[in-house]
Design a binder for this molecule. Structure first.
Ligand code: 3PG
Length: 217
């Protein structure tokens, strides 16, 4: 299955900060158990490339991407480690050009109509909406929908079980990302069952969003 198909199916993307490949495995196993075979490992720690490489080798069923990628050099490291997709917090021309020529999917962050237009010029239609809650959240996404009918958003930043359904009900949202699914303390303490519980709760909320979208249309 392609990356975007998986995102659209699962509808939640755990965004992880890991200090070691072992931590990444704890999280990956918990997510897989709950039916979330996708994970974004952020380049906020120097262990990120090694964690991605280790997951690709030892957890082949997991679709692993790299997050918080700021430069083409980091994107190259991520690709070499086996990342299947790249997420950046903002839109950067150079990064977009590099990912295009390397043939790897880039999901750039956008916060304004101008940034959305810059991404569209590069042929990118699936965009991270960041930091979602701070830039108007659900209301902003509703306002952008008629102006950019072909853009699909992945809101991240401030998403949690209490507002997840509101986002997932929007027709222009394919999935939501967040660190709440990759709780640092639970990962550090190896509490896989608690992580699985969080992931199952998110899956149930995603199902609920599907049901309410269907009934309101
Ligand atoms: C990101 O990388 O997209 C953000 O860290 C997600 O924000 P959150 O920590 O509020 O989930």
């Amino acid at each position: 299955m392609e990356v975007l198909e998986v995102m659209e199916k699962v509808r939640v993307i755990p965004i992880a900060v890991v200090e070691s490949p072992g931590e990444a495995c704890v999280l990956a196993d918990a997510m897989q158990e709950a039916g979330i075979p996708i994970l974004e490992i952020t380049f906020r720690t120097s262990e990120a490339p090694e964690a991605i490489r280790h997951l690709r080798r030892s957890r082949p069923g997991m679709m692993v991407g790299a997050g918080t990628v700021l430069t083409p050099a980091q994107a190259e490291q991520a690709l070499q480690a086996g990342a299947r997709f790249i997420v950046s917090p903002g839109f950067d021309e150079e990064l977009a050009a590099w990912c295009r020529s390397a043939g790897i999917l880039l999901i750039p962050g956008v916060a304004t109509p101008s940034e959305i237009m810059a991404a569209l010029r590069r042929g990118l239609h699936t965009l991270k909406f960041f930091p979602a809650e701070a830039i108007g959240g659900v209301n902003a996404l509703k306002a952008l929908a008629p102006v950019f009918p072909h853009v699909r958003f992945i809101p991240t930043g401030g998403i949690h079980p209490g507002n997840l359904v509101d986002y997932l009900q929007l027709p222009n949202v394919i999935a939501c990302g967040g660190t709440w699914l990759a709780d640092r303390r639970l990962i550090r303490e190896g509490r896989r069952e608690d992580l699985t519980r969080l992931a199952r709760e998110a899956r149930a909320l995603a199902e609920q969003a599907k049901g309410s979208t269907a009934s309101s249309s």
